[in-house]
Design a protein around this ligand. Structure first.
Ligand SMILES: Nc1nc2c(ncn2[C@@H]2O[C@H](COP(=O)(O)OP(=O)(O)OP(=O)(O)O)[C@@H](O)[C@H]2O)c(=O)[nH]1
Ligand SMILES: [Mg+2]
Length: 298
């Protein structure tokens, strides 16, 4: 490899719902991490790869850091906080605001303890009417932490995101190519499929129900003609939730299934026959055993 080639790890951290997964997807140019307008969407660390002639950035998308209310929440926060120690650069995403609350201060305190350079990313600037206000947000955050860089972006509208990769490379060490250049993620297809189903449930269901959902893929088989059969369970916490997830004459389950199937087909480049079942596991978010079964363990 030529000696100007850079490679290393960049972690995306921040409070829930600030746009970490959206930004990562836009930077790599493909939707791998699921996103939703509801907080606490991401539950595990999602690793993706960006490659160009400058080098390779390995992104680590993490769950939003929040005050945990159950074991799943504690797990999510520990995944996010644990990631900080293992990376070359940290991207801290925040909302465009001068209000810096307890949640942000907690994150600032943690970042103060690591030596890794931190890039502050002020996201969602497309929602700011008066662009001069962005300068006041930058100024407010400058008081909070010693940042390597501060960049305003819009992940959703792809504003200033090219600049992001430039800045990340600036802080990466010279190093080898870790993955071949076509690799976008090392997440197994089963896991991505389960996440896409969970995303549709998150987006279509309301209030507490989507937060208590886990998805497991029970089987995934390929037919001779290249079509895939996928069987998945949607696990929820209450019988009443099960009824809502299934919906009248199965209408909600059908909606979730159709939306998920279309995206899974696009990703796999093959036709998919998706079968969904709904199961109830009371209080699974406080059971280490169930959490482990659903993929939430370190
Ligand atoms: N207007 C606007 N909305 C955005 C932008 N970036 C993300 N969003 C929206 O913000 C919501 C949350 O985005 P996510 O990417 O899921 O946020 P996250 O930080 O990964 O959230 P968690 O996984 O819950 O921690 C979604 O509805 C996104 O469409 C942006 O630049 N502008
Ligand atoms: Mg996320």
């Amino acid at each position: 490899m030529e000696d100007h080639y850079k490679s290393g790890f960049a972690a995306l951290v921040g409070r829930p719902n600030v746009g970490k997964s959206t930004l990562m997807n836009h930077l790599i140019g493909q939707k791998i991490a699921i996103t939703s307008e509801k907080p606490q969407t991401t539950r595990n660390r999602i690793q993706t790869v960006y490659s160009d002639e400058r080098g390779q950035i390995i992104f680590l998308d993490t769950p939003g850091i929040h005050k945990a209310k159950n074991k799943l929440g504690e797990y999510m926060v520990s995944v996010a906080e644990g990631t900080l120690k293992e990376v070359d650069v940290i991207l801290w995403l925040v909302e465009p605001s001068t209000f810096i609350g307890a949640g942000e201060r907690h994150i600032a305190e943690m970042l103060g303890k690591v030596k890794t350079p931190v890039i502050l990313v002020i996201n969602k600037i497309d929602t700011v009417k008066n662009q001069e206000a962005v300068l006041t947000y930058m100024e407010a955050y400058r008081q909070v932490c010693d940042f390597a860089e501060i960049v305003p972006v819009s992940a959703l509208k792809d504003k200033n995101t090219k600049k992001m990769t430039e800045l990340i490379f600036k802080y990466l060490p010279y190093g080898p190519q870790y993955y071949d250049e076509d690799t976008v993620t090392d997440q197994p297809m089963r896991q991505i499929a389960a996440e896409l189903i969970r995303e549709k449930a998150l987006r279509l269901l309301e209030e507490e129900i989507p937060h208590g959902i886990a998805v497991t893929i029970e089987s995934m088989t390929e037919r001779k003609n290249g079509m895939f059969d996928i069987e998945a369970n949607i696990v929820c916490e209450r019988d009443s939730h099960k009824g809502i997830i299934i919906g009248k004459h199965g209408s909600m389950l059908k909606k979730i299934g159709t939306a998920a199937r279309i995206e899974i087909e696009n990703l796999m480049g093959a036709k998919v026959n998706l079968q969904l079942w709904v199961k109830v596991r009371k209080e699974w978010r406080d059971s280490e055993l169930y959490m482990k079964n659903y993929g939430y363990y370190q």
